[in-house]
Design a protein around this ligand. Structure first.
Ligand SMILES: Nc1ncnc2c1ncn2[C@@H]1O[C@H](COP(=O)(O)OP(=O)(O)OP(=O)(O)O)[C@@H](O)[C@H]1O
Ligand SMILES: [Mg+2]
Length: 531
């Protein structure tokens, strides 16, 4: 194979006969090469970095030219002049020993280990205007890379194509760039339906990235409802012409959006007291209303309806004694203290044309957050099942509080259902958390596109299953990832290979400190995406 290449020197850089820059050569080392891993000696003039993608150039068993894309995992230097013994001798016998450096020395070299990603072969489509036209055939790696084959730089376009990272710019979601490169990371729109998971330590870029996603979904006219416990999306929502609403102030939810278990959860009291006849009566009446009004007539109901129903049914089920009925009525009436329980919100009118509705939950307790989230989830689930609203993405920050790893929490139950079958009735999820270890595992494993920002090592264990084919070296680097850089992983149909991604700059205001970029121009910035 070596003799195909007439190696010349272009300055210090080695190139192949096709003038491709050679960055190193496959070596036989530590049980490699294999179809999944190679090691390479690095050309002295080159400085690859972990995460960078190159191609091994060779031929398949049929003799056709191929490129095998490889991603650098780790690098090391070999220098016997500085091994433990030599270093020790230099210390105890302080005689200056000069030796030839890398490039001149026969024993000093740098090397890297890399994972193979894709095998590219070229199919000739015949000649057009005298030039041979080639199309790419991209497959799993089946050709064994051979020791001695050169490793060359490849164009950003080829990498994007092979990794399926950049579909038509107007149809993809512009997330950023592959870390340390200019290769754009554009996701296929399908990821919207596969549910998105954003996790990372405090201040690592989760909310910033959520804003980027909001801009992209908005550009694609995808409706979004966001639960915003910290008010981080308020400014961005304004920029995108969306709607900020505060529970209890222009935004209320009907009691009928809650299940009996939510109602019982909402009423203050010790968990043990909630198994008494008083609560059984409330539950029974609520279930009856859900059946009679919501299921049969499609009508909503409120606190007064519940109170009346409790009075009506108490005798039928033998709970008419004053000791049970009166406290049940009082507890049901106490639900009117929740200022966000009231008339139903008109989702059908507001969820249109890619609108973003941000529920500003600043100041609300975890219990309130759960109740608000559960009732919105049920409301939109009901409308989506009847096809009365367009595809909508339901998102929330602090997901570990809203959907903790606890079967008894109602939000966990309803979000599990959306995570499991939501895409069938056109609801997508985005869940953001700094503490995946505390989040419900069965929801977590169904969020199939993931943006993992720098995260403490104690949280890594909880997300073991979500790294897809990310190499160990990159996983080890996770706690130290720079702010705004994440490991992007997914299922092979959406994100072929785990990719370290630098999230792009926001167009919308971050946390209200920078000027409103859209204030003077309400036009969508990606006109082609309106197709
Ligand atoms: N991709 C990025 N490009 C530029 N700046 C960024 C990027 N990501 C984050 N930042 C900066 O870092 C700050 C903190 O990021 P962000 O608010 O997204 O963190 P977070 O992970 O949501 O933290 P918390 O857990 O506290 O909510 C941002 O206000 C912004 O200044
Ligand atoms: Mg945040």
């Amino acid at each position: 194979m070596a003799n195909i290449y007439k190696e010349s020197s272009l300055g210090k850089v080695t190139v192949t006969e096709d003038h491709e820059v050679v960055i190193g050569q496959v070596i036989c080392h530590n049980g490699t090469p294999t179809t999944s891993k190679i090691c390479a000696r690095i050309d002295p003039a080159q400085h690859p970095a972990p995460g960078r993608i190159y191609a091994v150039k060779g031929r398949n068993p049929g003799g056709e030219k191929i490129l095998i894309l490889v991603r650098v995992e780790k690098m090391w230097e070999h220098n016997p002049h500085e091994d433990a013994l030599s270093s020790n001798i230099n210390q105890v016998i302080p005689i200056e020993i000069a030796y030839a450096k890398e490039g001149q020395s026969t024993v000093i070299y740098r090397a890297f280990e890399a994972d193979t990603l894709e095998e590219i072969s070229f199919i000739s489509n015949g000649k057009r205007n005298g030039e041979e036209e080639l199309s790419l055939n991209i497959n799993n790696v089946t050709t064994l890379p051979r020791s001695g084959w050169p490793i060359i730089e490849v164009s950003d376009e080829l990498i994007s194509k092979a990794l399926e990272l950049a579909p038509d710019p107007d149809l993809g979601l512009d997330i950023g760039h592959i870390h340390t490169t200019n290769i754009p990371v554009r996701l296929k729109r399908d990821v919207i339906q596969t549910h998105l998971f954003i996790c990372g330590g405090i201040g690592r870029g989760k909310s910033y990235a959520r804003g980027v996603i909001a801009e992209e979904y908005w550009a694609h006219k995808i409706c979004q409802i966001n639960i915003d416990p910290m008010g981080e999306m308020v400014e961005a929502t304004k920029d995108l012409g969306g709607m900020n609403i505060k529970p209890g102030e222009g935004f209320t939810l009907p009691l009928s959006a809650l299940q009996a278990a939510d109602v019982v959860d909402a009423i203050p009291g010790h968990a043990r007291s909630k198994t008494t006849n008083i609560f059984s009566l409330i539950k029974y009446a609520h279930d009856k209303l859900l059946d009679e009004k919501v299921s049969k007539l499609g009508q909503e109901f409120g606190v007064n309806d519940l109170v009346k129903k409790i009075e009506d049914v108490a005798d039928d089920i033998g709970y008419g004694a004053k000791g049970t009925l009166y406290p049940a009525l009082l507890k049901a009436k106490s639900l009117s203290n929740f200022k966000y329980i009231g008339d139903p919100f008109d989702w059908k009118t507001h969820l249109q044309d890619g609108k973003i509705i941000n529920i500003d939950c600043r100041g609300y307790s975890v219990r309130d957050l759960r109740l608000i989230t559960a009732s919105i989830a049920r409301d939109i689930q009901r409308l989506a099942k009847k096809r009365e609203i367009p595809f909508v993405v339901f998102s929330m920050d602090e997901a570990h509080l809203i959907a903790p790893n606890d079967d008894n929490v109602v939000t966990t139950q309803v979000l599990r259902e959306i995570a499991r079958i939501g895409r069938h009735y056109r609801i997508g999820l985005i869940m953001t958390t700094q503490s995946p270890a505390d989040m419900d595992k069965s929801i977590l494993k169904r969020l199939l596109t993931r943006m993992i920002f720098a995260i403490e090592s104690d949280q890594l264990q909880a997300i073991r299953g979500v790294f897809s084919d990310a190499p160990d070296e990159i996983i080890k680097q996770l706690p130290k990832l720079p702010k705004g850089t994440c490991l992007l992983t997914g299922v092979s149909e959406t994100i072929k290979h785990a990719t370290l991604t630098k999230v792009r700059t926001r167009k919308t205001t971050v946390g209200g400190s920078t000027p409103n970029v859209f204030s003077s121009d309400k036009r969508r910035p990606f006109p082609n995406k309106e197709k």
